[in-house]
Design a protein around this ligand. Sequence first.
Ligand SMILES: NC(=O)c1ccc[n+]([C@@H]2O[C@H](COP(=O)([O-])OP(=O)(O)OC[C@H]3O[C@@H](n4cnc5c(N)ncnc54)[C@H](O)[C@@H]3O)[C@@H](O)[C@H]2O)c1
Length: 351
Amino acid sequence: MKDGKLGFGIIGCGVIAPTHRKAIQACADAELIAVCDIDEAKGKAFAVQSGGVRFYRDFEKLAVDPEVDVVCVCTPSGLHADCVIAAAEAGKHAFCEKPLDIDRGRMTKMIEACRGAGVKLGCVFQSRTSPDNIKARQAIACGTLGRMVLGDAFLKSYRSQAYYDSAGWRGTWALDGGGALMNQGVHGVDLLLWLMNDDVERVFARCAHHVRDIEVEDTSVAVLEFKNGAYGTIIGTTSCNPGEKRRLELHGKLGTICITGSNIVRWAVTDEDDGRAQDVGPPKTVTDEGTTGDNRAVTAEGHVWLIDDMVRAIREERDPYITGESARKAVDLILAIYDSARMGQDVAVHE
Ligand SMILES: NC(=O)c1ccc[n+]([C@@H]2O[C@H](COP(=O)([O-])OP(=O)(O)OC[C@H]3O[C@@H](n4cnc5c(N)ncnc54)[C@H](O)[C@@H]3O)[C@@H](O)[C@H]2O)c1
């Protein structure tokens, strides 16, 4: 805490770190105090660019800095749990990039560490902050589409071989934890679960790397059975050239909502039990998160929204907008998709 503001530290000074810095700087109640990276030159340069904040090479040291109240975790995905647990053990709140982690046991430990220490664990899935996505979720949750029948996510993005070669952890099982789904597609998987307002019971899937020289999948297809009985599909790839905007198609007995990018493009409903749904036209909001083909093109609005919520959650002693329990659902589903593809049979989704 400094001058009544919550002090933030950022662990991992790579591609996404400037977005966290921007969001912290945009929040009147937050101040960036320190940054950390195992790459000293990179971390120190980021500290200087951030106004001469403190630099640490060791994330445990950043976590015990007395002026740091909240730790932003921006390291490779397979290190998220270690950083969050270090923060919790130091009595600090954690704000963790997606995916929560890449391992079921570690996700359980990081959630328990934060709950046990009485600190907040806020997670980044910025698509949940876009106005059209919120509108769609509210409509489905209050029954506007009636009983849900199908939920489909088409997550066809593009990442070049140069992208995968740009950092040693990308495209590895150990630190990326997967490919097209665990890294890029996880946003759409999370959104599908959140919009459907339901969990998936079972999956059947195929995964492969067709065109990239990586350990993990660049393409996957999955058939889903939701707990409420609805079916769904997820098609996730980083090998569509040049890549398509993310599309979600949500169908219930009484209507359909389709979302392309972050915009609702179809909203058709009926209020008659056996009626044909009529297009009532999509709402006019236009937003663009810009992540289809370029990992450097993430706009900051979602992070600004979520950092502001994180600060208010701490002040108001409530859960952040996206809790660890909620953020892990997408990862648990993706891990089940990988299990199914490996075993060649359908599998149950479990934590
Ligand atoms: N929300 C989004 O849209 C979004 C976009 C991009 C990345 N991400 C997520 O952010 C995370 C980082 O991705 P990135 O693209 O910025 O990666 P990156 O490789 O550009 O940066 C990661 C940084 O972490 C540092 N690092 C590695 N091990 C460390 C350790 N033990 N201690 C401290 N620093 C360490 C690396 O040196 C590197 O500078 C990933 O989990 C990724 O999924 C989210």
